[in-house]
Ligand binder design. Sequence first.
Ligand SMILES: Cc1cc2nc3c(=O)[nH]c(=O)nc-3n(C[C@H](O)[C@H](O)[C@H](O)COP(=O)(O)OP(=O)(O)OC[C@H]3O[C@@H](n4cnc5c(N)ncnc54)[C@H](O)[C@@H]3O)c2cc1C
Length: 474
Amino acid sequence: MNALDFERPTSLAEALALMTPSPEGSQAWLAGGQSLLAAMKLGMATPSLLVDLQYVPGLRDIRVDTGPDGVPALWIGAMATHASVAASATVRGFAPGLAALAGGIADAQVRNMGTLGGSLAHNDPAACWPAGVLAAGATIVTSQREIAADAYFQGLYTTALEPGELIVGVRFPQMAGLHYLKFEQPASRFALVGVAVAHAGPGQVRVAVTGLGMGIARWPGAEQALCVQFGLAALSAVTPDDLQALGDLHASAGYRCHLAGVLARRCVAALTGEALPRHAPLAPLAVQQAPATSDSEAAPKDGFGGRQLLAAPPAQVWQAILDAQNLQASIPGCEALAQRSPTDYEATVKVGLGPLSVRFKSDVTLHDLQPPRSLTMVFVGQAGALGSGQGTARVRFEPTPDGGTLLHWWVQVQLSGRLAQFGNRLVEASSRKLSEEFFERFSRVLGVPADRPPPSAWHSLQRLLARWFSLFRK
Ligand SMILES: Cc1cc2nc3c(=O)[nH]c(=O)nc-3n(C[C@H](O)[C@H](O)[C@H](O)COP(=O)(O)OP(=O)(O)OC[C@H]3O[C@@H](n4cnc5c(N)ncnc54)[C@H](O)[C@@H]3O)c2cc1C
């Protein structure tokens, strides 16, 4: 464990005064410690100062106020535990669905320590509170401002919070009804998939889905249908093709989308009082997934890959991908990249998502170089106590008649230690997130104007490279 300071302020002013971000180290609010302490144990969070919020008065309040529009609104303080929300007569009276959501989180120990503010700040992609807050269209009130739920959640473990910004509480608007259901992981009770449907009146329906892999998201298709007619019939023609899901060892992307459809129907049935047909017909699935085709005539059994067009000639792409300086400039958090030989690199990368980060060392070796047509890259990464991983990527660049490149790639990965326990879904989800930044940088290196939409092949290569690098993040 790293050395750190610990403060337990007894007023909000004192707490905020302690939180003065400095370049020397990171500082973190400590709520119930249910996510933060686990992240610290894994080396994914290394704060130099913990500011414990337990004794800050007023942060546990639960009450019905008059909202800014003069209409009653439910206020839940950031330090209200899940157990206190579940047991609150105020919450049960105002929005019983929120009390039920809180009561379904984890086990009694976690519910007695875990808090609304901690859950929202952590923004786990399988957490329950983000679904309730986003579906309700609630407002997150911080020490600095008010943030609408739509602007607050920004993807995997990422929120609109600035360093040192404190969630003070959440204001929920009045609703005709909110219902949350999840298909839970038996061990943790986190949502494999969870759906919250909130109905605020005619034409005002919001549907939020958690557990799909990329962080909490609204389901536009379901919302549109339910805004026209709030009832089970409206969902009969809704497909999950506007949901983005990832698969892992627990569930495929298609199964996650299927669950979202089932849970949405059950939520609506609970809110309308309609009886669910015993075998409700489900719309056919059209699941958006990362392309998983291989160019290879004999694709390997495992792994993933794709082929797409690049708007740059093979020679240019080849140079960019092999150039150590370009690579270092493109990889988010790359602190050092040393070229030990024409085919060997050593990279030190510190990557993070929201409050989580990890530093890892990776050896990159190039094999079977056929410039500018194909190569194999082998990444071997060590992330200390988290374990290690190896990725093998076969890449082929094919010139196209218009001077571009058709890029073919296939990747196989092997994880060991704790990295393996995280499963592939988080690895893939975090890869996608990090890849956005990687490709912004990489396209700048290649001279692709920033305002030009990246060609589809960027997304392929993005996934490929970011996945290698992010394998060692957890
Ligand atoms: C075994 C287990 C099972 C779980 N199952 C579920 C589940 O089924 N569903 C579910 O939704 N969740 C689940 N959780 C998560 C749990 O609900 C906690 O709420 C969540 O882990 C956050 O914990 P915490 O409130 O103690 O925050 P902490 O762990 O103390 O903090 C988490 C993060 O939030 C920051 N933070 C805390 N408070 C604030 C604030 N007021 N303002 C700004 N930043 C803040 C911290 O700095 C830290 O980065 C589970 C957790 C465990 C350990």
